[in-house]
Write a protein that binds this ligand. Structure first.
Ligand code: UTP
Length: 407
């Protein structure tokens, strides 16, 4: 792309400030910036306003597969799930492309050591959880790890350096998610260097298209994997490739399963499973009105009582159907390092702009059917978002200890 073409493209989207330092750059740096302008899709920044518009659909309760029902048929479900694993039909996808800004570490979140008397890295905890199933099934599960441009190299070398924490390395596949520009509150793209637009990972909802773009759906096909279990990097207690969950989704014949836990307060800040216009969906806590929060089901329990924990199972066939569908981008307020008008690097202490993210929860409602599957909160939900306080290293340590883990 020439400078003239770049200028025209930027003018169209009101982003000419990107070329502010162009004349002071070396020819090589100029080429780098022109290439980035050429690759960047600025239109996504203008489409978000639609994505954020008010949802008019009618919300009604969804039937959740709850613990008493699961307990009654646990053995049968587990056997079904183990059978699918043994036939190589299940894969797992670790979403580790996030920036973990709240935890405040320079390294990928999974490299964080939560141990007290010995090292216990977050990645290690997750692999150990997965190993429980591998031992039971007697065969490994393919693990796909999503990283981003910002943390890929560190993540891969950490796994290699730790010898994959005992997991078979030929069953671990890394892929990078896509990036989108980050902007100030007026939608103007920030620069992270004079020759580089500030970008951030495009959210956890782009994982399947990124897996596909990386050519890893070939592995999925070759191995005959027909369902993928996706999970977040920061829940150190979750069961991964859980055969009981697999069995339940199989039995329900659904395209998607969502692990859920009972909410700990009527207004807890978690997404809640529901039906929107009769279709399985997730309602965000800030969309849940007082009226809905207080609604009761036929047993007198809260009708919207189950929050998602970012552990889902998706049918590969269904994922292929939606892979090219446009997903909405959500606007998220974040701290964005950038250079100012004088070219000085600023590392903000508080949020200073917007990042734009696709979210997995939108994928749930793109599926034709879905089953919410309850798990015991104290045994499967210990998210680490912050260093201290709520959903933190401290709270996760307490929960791990309660479950008998040595730290
Ligand atoms: P969070 O929403 O907690 O975001 O991610 P984050 O970026 O990790 O952390 P903060 O908000 O900056 O503190 C939930 C899960 O989704 C993954 C994360 O790695 C985590 O497993 N994720 C998030 C991605 O894989 N890519 C993204 O672009 C965003």
């Amino acid at each position: 792309m020439t400078e003239k073409e770049a200028r025209e493209k930027l003018e169209k989207y009101g982003q000419v400030q990107v070329l502010r330092f162009f004349d002071s750059l070396s020819p090589k740096e100029q080429q780098e910036l022109l290439a980035q302008i050429s690759e960047t899709d600025f239109s996504v920044l203008t489409e978000t306003s639609n994505a954020e518009k008010k949802d008019e659909r009618v919300i009604t309760p969804i039937k959740v597969m709850q613990l008493p029902e699961i307990e009654k048929k646990r053995d049968v479900l587990e056997e079904k799930g183990l059978d699918a694993i043994r036939k190589g039909k299940r894969g797992a996808v670790l979403l580790a492309g996030g920036m973990g800004t709240r935890l405040g570490s320079e390294d990928p979140k999974g490299m964080y050591d939560i141990g007290l008397t010995k090292p216990v890295y977050i990645f290690q905890r997750l692999i150990e959880n997965l190993q429980d199933v591998v031992k039971k099934a007697g065969c490994p599960v393919h693990l796909f790890v999503m990283t981003s441009e910002k943390n890929h190299d560190k993540t891969v070398s950490f796994f290699e350096q730790k010898d994959f924490f005992g997991y078979p390395g030929d069953h671990v596949h890394f892929f990078k998610q896509e990036m989108v520009p980050a902007t100030d509150y007026d939608g103007k793209v920030y620069m992270e260097a004079k020759n580089r637009i500030a970008t951030s990972p495009n959210g956890n909802g782009g994982w399947f298209s990124s897996l596909d773009a990386a050519g890893l759906t070939d592995v999925v096909d070759k191995e005959g994997i027909d369902y993928l279990n996706i999970f977040a990097v920061d829940n150190v207690l979750q069961r991964i490739a859980d055969p009981v969950f697999f069995g339940a989704v199989l039995e329900s014949g659904s395209e998607c399963g969502s692990k859920v836990v009972k909410k700990n307060a009527r207004d807890e800040a978690v997404g809640v499973m529901c039906l929107k216009d009769g279709h399985p969906s997730i309602v965000e806590y800030y969309e849940l009105t007082d009226e809905l929060m207080d609604e009761k089901d036929e047993n007198g329990d809260p009708a919207y009582n189950f929050g998602v924990i970012l552990n889902y199972l998706f049918s590969v066939k269904a994922l292929r159907r939606i892979v090219n569908d446009r997903m909405p981008l959500h606007v998220v307020e974040k701290k964005i390092p950038h250079i100012d008008e004088n070219g000085e690097l600023i590392k903000p202490e508080k949020p200073n702009g917007h990042k734009y993210e696709k979210l997995v929860l939108d994928m749930v409602e793109m599926m034709d059917s879905g089953v919410p599957f309850e798990v015991v909160r104290e045994k499967e939900f210990a998210p680490i978002k912050n260093r201290t306080g709520k959903d933190s290293v401290e709270s996760a340590r307490e929960l791990l200890k309660l479950n008998g883990y040595e730290l």
